[in-house]
Design a protein around this ligand. Structure first.
Ligand SMILES: [Zn+2]
Length: 330
């Protein structure tokens, strides 16, 4: 077997092929570094005294369904120049890994098309190994996202698990990519992000946040002059809470039996978008009845619908026209 075959199949440079052993359906290639290419790992000198070898095995790219194991005789050397006594460096695998870099690359490429379990089965390695390869890939390519080109971002918090642990997430609204994850919630968790943003000299145009005063203050002081956008979801959520409270208040205040009956069990109907009302459950009719009998509820309900319409407009000017039109209709 030639040196160039080893290079092209396993990414090994300067290695000698020693022998092949076939065992339990697996193929073992024995190799060692070409003695002429040995260098001191500390000072790169080639004036070395050989101090024995250690054998290590690595998963290499399979040939068809055949698993290929590289058995590498790793030379230990004493350097005559710097006196260090070490094993020579391996340039085809990452430290402490039992697979070659080309094997990891192949597993990663397969992972983009199948589940971890499928890849593990196909390559005859454990689920954990494939997961480890994926993690390393993600860490290498996505742990330091480029912030320089950021223009529009969204900031929101999410809760993790049942222990009320929070993460604050920053998204690039153009690509949808997560560009920062801060521990905890509120303005404190964003501190490292503002630093990174400053270093990257990003020119942010707009930030979408919920209406919490802490976020508003944090954005105002770190990105002065930037447009703050309250997103649709948070505003409608807030309005829905008001609507729910109003219904409850009315329910407890009114004494008229019919009005009271009409308000029963319509909480979720009030919050639904009208186009999603269930005809089979007569939701439309029940809503209409409740609104007809309770004027304050009807006003609040139609205000919500007006508010929703705002997000369907193409631009600010059109939204203003719609608002004015509604005002005139009343
Ligand atoms: Zn040395």
């Amino acid at each position: 077997m030639s040196t160039s075959f080893l290079y092209h199949t396993s990414g090994l440079t300067g290695y000698q092929y020693l022998k092949t052993i076939y065992k339990n359906g697996q193929v073992y290639f024995y190799v060692r570094k070409n003695p002429g290419k040995l260098r001191c790992p500390d000072c790169d000198s080639h004036q070395l005294i050989l101090k024995g070898t250690k054998t290590r095995m690595f998963n290499s790219l399979p040939i068809g369904k055949k698993q290929i194991i590289l058995v590498v005789l790793i030379q230990r050397v004493r350097c005559k120049v710097c006196q260090s006594l070490k094993q020579i460096k391996l340039d085809f695998a990452n430290p402490k890994k039992r697979y070659t870099r080309s094997f990891a690359r192949y597993a990663q490429e397969l992972s983009e098309h199948m589940t971890i379990q499928d890849v593990a089965c196909h390559l005859n390695v454990s689920w954990d190994t494939v997961k480890e390869i994926q993690k390393a890939h993600l860490l290498k390519h996505f742990s330091k996202p480029r912030l320089t080109d950021l223009k529009q971002i969204a900031i929101d918090e999410i809760s993790i698990g049942k222990r009320h642990r929070y993460l604050t997430v920053v998204l690039d609204l153009k690509t949808g990519a997560v560009v920062f994850v801060g521990d905890g919630k509120g303005s404190y968790s964003l501190k490292p992000f503002w630093k990174k943003l400053k270093r990257a000299k990003a020119n942010i145009e707009a930030v979408a946040i919920d209406m919490s005063p802490a976020y508003i203050a944090a954005v105002r002081s770190n990105l002065p002059g930037v447009v703050i956008v309250f997103d649709h979801f948070h505003i409608i959520k807030l309005f829905n809470e008001k609507l729910t409270n109003l219904r409850r208040k009315l329910y407890h205040e009114i004494t008229h039996y019919q009005q009271c009956e009409a308000l029963k069990g319509i909480r979720w109907i009030l919050l639904k978008n009208p186009e999603n009302l269930d005809e089979s459950k007569h939701e439309k009719e029940r809503l209409q009845k409740a609104l007809d009998l309770n004027k304050p509820l009807a006003i609040a309900y139609y205000l919500k619908e007006d508010l929703r319409q705002l997000w369907k407009q193409k631009n600010k000017q059109q939204a203003e026209t719609v608002l004015v039109q509604r005002e005139l209709d009343k």
